[in-house]
Design a protein around this ligand. Sequence first.
Ligand SMILES: [Zn+2]
Length: 477
Amino acid sequence: MIGYVLSGIAVLFLSVILLRAAFFRPKACPAVEAEHISFNKEASIEALQELVRCKTVSYNNKALEDDAEFEKLIRLLPTLYPRVFDICSLRQLPDRALLLRWPGKSDAAPSVMMAHYDVVPVEAEKWEKPPFAGVIEDGVLWGRGTLDTKVTFNGILSAANHLIGKGFVPENDIYFAFSGGEEVNGMGAVNIVNYFETHEIRPALVVDEGGAVVENVFPGVKKPCGLIGIGEKGMMNVCYSVQSGGGHASAPPVKTPITTLFEACRRVIKHPFPMHITKPAKEMFNTLARHSTFLYKVIFANMWCFKPVLDLICRMSGGEMNALVRTTTAFTMMEGSSARNVIPAEAKLISNMRLNPADTVSSAAAHLRRAVKNDDVKITVLESFEPSPISNTDCAAWDKVTAAVSETWPGCIVAPYLMVQCSDSRHYRDLSDRVYRFSAMDLTAEERKTIHGNNERIRLDCALRAVEFYIRLMGKC
Ligand SMILES: [Zn+2]
């Protein structure tokens, strides 16, 4: 009898799981009918080439920066985008911030298009083509910043130049907000946000760098996915330090600062932060898993019972999937004594943490102290900022961005996601709940690796789609 009841329960359980997976289908979305857009492609590629030729490299040590190159880029803008400068006023704020306002029919619901025009340094000898020459070969433009983010800087201004030329006036004001120090956490974006605050400008839509149109980001999904960040993780650097009386290494005590830190490190790794699937990850899984293979549909349609399985897979695999669902810890620096035969008077470890929106700087620090469980290890939070608020996906602003993505990349699956890196848009946290992080490009995994690396380059057709995306988006603002 008990056998029948148990097998009945098992059959019922299996049927529920399989039925839920079978009905876990892609959500119906209306067919996209996008009008064809023609604009001056040569001019916008030439403009991007000119931007790349400005060596706007930012450094933590300001003395290394070449002010003349930043000024050269700013001086070039009215020549590259003349119609923008006929209509929009340029305001230069401290820390190389540039703010332009394109007056719309109303100032009630302004949009903000963000990009940064500074770039990270290069190791030129490791490049196949010179990084600041603007070389075009076989339909590819080479250069530092082509992807990060001169392409969207150019996309925004080329799109506005085109629309203004056609006599288009946006329904609402559009601001172009550019920083020249994003790569070194400069204050440019903060100064722009402060300007908005003092002038009581409340953006109804903010678009900054972030996700892109990418492939192979979710197991079993073959189609390209347009990922739009609706939140970004927080960040904190943590120092673990241990002190001792030092001494000669020939007669060591049982414990030294190094062995204590080794144990602390092991304990932090053994106690990962709990999995917490926040709204961006949940919505991403709920969109993409519906396009995946049956196995993944079984898992993601039945999270009520497969959460521990997902947790295990993420913990074992690490990487991007794991970073989406929990706070991560990466040990990055260590420091001991200055001689091989001296026990250090103090040893230090540093970890870089990326905070899931479910955590805060203080809750994460408390987790680390509980994990280490040793008062000899002093745990200090160095730089930190909290995770961003999560943006709205049930509003006109979200619909405008997703429509512009679908129209520019027909057939791609548009999904929200959690950005695991940081962008300047985090400074808008108190100003708008409609902040979307999307770099308007279709990128291969190989191309993504060149960002901040060697041989950064962009396909010209990809750079032109960035312009097209902004023409479509601004047309709806
Ligand atoms: Zn960057």
